[in-house]
Every structure is written in C-alpha cells, then in structure tokens.
Design a protein around this ligand. Structure first.
Ligand code: IMP
Ligand code: MG
Length: 175
C-alpha cells in the first residue's frame, strides 16, 4: 500500500486567510492587551503565523499542552493537560488558538477550564472546523476554514506525529 497526499488547502490560501484573521483580531481588540493561548502541539504553526499577522504590541503568547488522541484518528473524549500555562489569566482577554475543532470536546473542555480562572473574556480561534463531526456545540469566534469530514494533516496537524511539517493542509490517500 502506498500513500499519496492530496492538497486540500494550499500554502497560499492558508496565508491569505491567516492575514485576514490577524487583521480582524487586531481590529476587534484595538489597544486592549491579549493573551494568545497556543494549544500544543497541533496549533504551533498556525499560531506562529497568526501572531505575526496581529498588528499590536500588547500581545502575550502562552502555551498549553493537551492530549486527547492516541495513535488513531478518533478522539478518546478525555482531555489531558500535559503542560499548563506559565501565568494566571485572571482579568485577561484570552484567545485560545486551535488547529481544528472536530468533535468539539477538546475546545469545550478548555473553555470551561479557563472560565474557572476568571479571565475577562475567552474567545476561540481555530484554523479548521469539521461541523459534520460535532458532538458538543462550540462557538468558534475566529474561524479559518470549514472543511468536510476528512482526516487532514500538515501545517501543524499530524497523523501519529507525522506530517506536521507539511506547509499545506492535505488528505492522505492510500492506494
Ligand atoms: P476534538 O475532536 O474537537 O476534541 O479535536 C481534538 C484534536 O484532535 C484537535 O485539536 C486535533 O489536534 C485533533 N484532530 C481532530 N481532527 C483532526 C484531523 O483531521 N487531523 C489531525 N488532527 C485532528
Ligand atoms: Mg489540537
């Protein structure tokens, strides 16, 4: 069996959309300080492009390690924090940066968890959303692309830890 990668979203399409999201965030927060919470590992590439597209100087970046997947392509529904934020978020305007909202379980859990820490606000920015697989209702405040129900890799997203370094979003086809 051999593998072939089919492009779903090109480098160019992603870059253009990320610029738009960054401009929208800068516009909406104006001179209010913002904390971008990068959900590791999947969103590390998206977040690094997104933060550079947000034209404001009072922005802080923090990282949250999360695990919900084994080696397969189905969520276990159990969200484990593998690395917590480095600072409290009480009173802060927080934007959680995700690679993809699939069943929605991860982001729903993170929003609930963060609310207990009394931030001023919590919003969600996700590069991708697969509404066909939603198991809980989540509001994605800033969304890159809605995609069909296919398992995607690249631009930070993995399959069993591979393909994160692809510069585009692709679908693995087995022939
Ligand atoms: P959830 O099902 O919304 O909880 O998604 C949990 C996590 O699973 C996401 O943050 C991704 O890291 C991962 N994930 C979901 N769908 C895909 C996919 O199509 N490709 C790669 N990772 C995915
Ligand atoms: Mg993720």
């Amino acid at each position: 069996m051999s593998e072939r990668l089919v492009t779903m979203l090109s480098q160019k399409e992603i870059a253009a959309r990320v610029q738009e999201l960054g401009a929208q965030i800068a516009q909406e927060y104006q001179d209010r300080p913002v904390v971008l919470v990068v959900v590791l590992k999947g969103s590390f590439i998206f977040a690094s492009d997104l933060c550079r597209a947000i034209d404001k100087t009072n922005l802080r970046v923090d990282f949250l390690g999360v695990r919900s997947y084994g080696e397969g392509t189905e969520t276990s529904g159990v969200v484990q924090i593998t690395q917590d934020l480095s600072k409290p978020i009480a009173g802060e305007d927080v934007i959680i940066v995700e690679d993809i909202v699939d069943t929605g379980l991860t982001i729903a859990h993170l929003v609930d968890l963060f609310r207990t820490r009394q931030p001023r606000s919590v919003k969600v920015c996700s590069l991708l959303h697969k509404p066909a697989r939603a198991r809980v209702d989540v509001k994605v405040d800033y969304l890159g692309f809605t995609i069909e129900d296919k398992f995607v890799v690249g631009y930070g997203l993995d399959f069993a830890e591979r393909y994160r370094n692809l510069p585009y979003i692709g679908v693995i086809e087995r022939t």
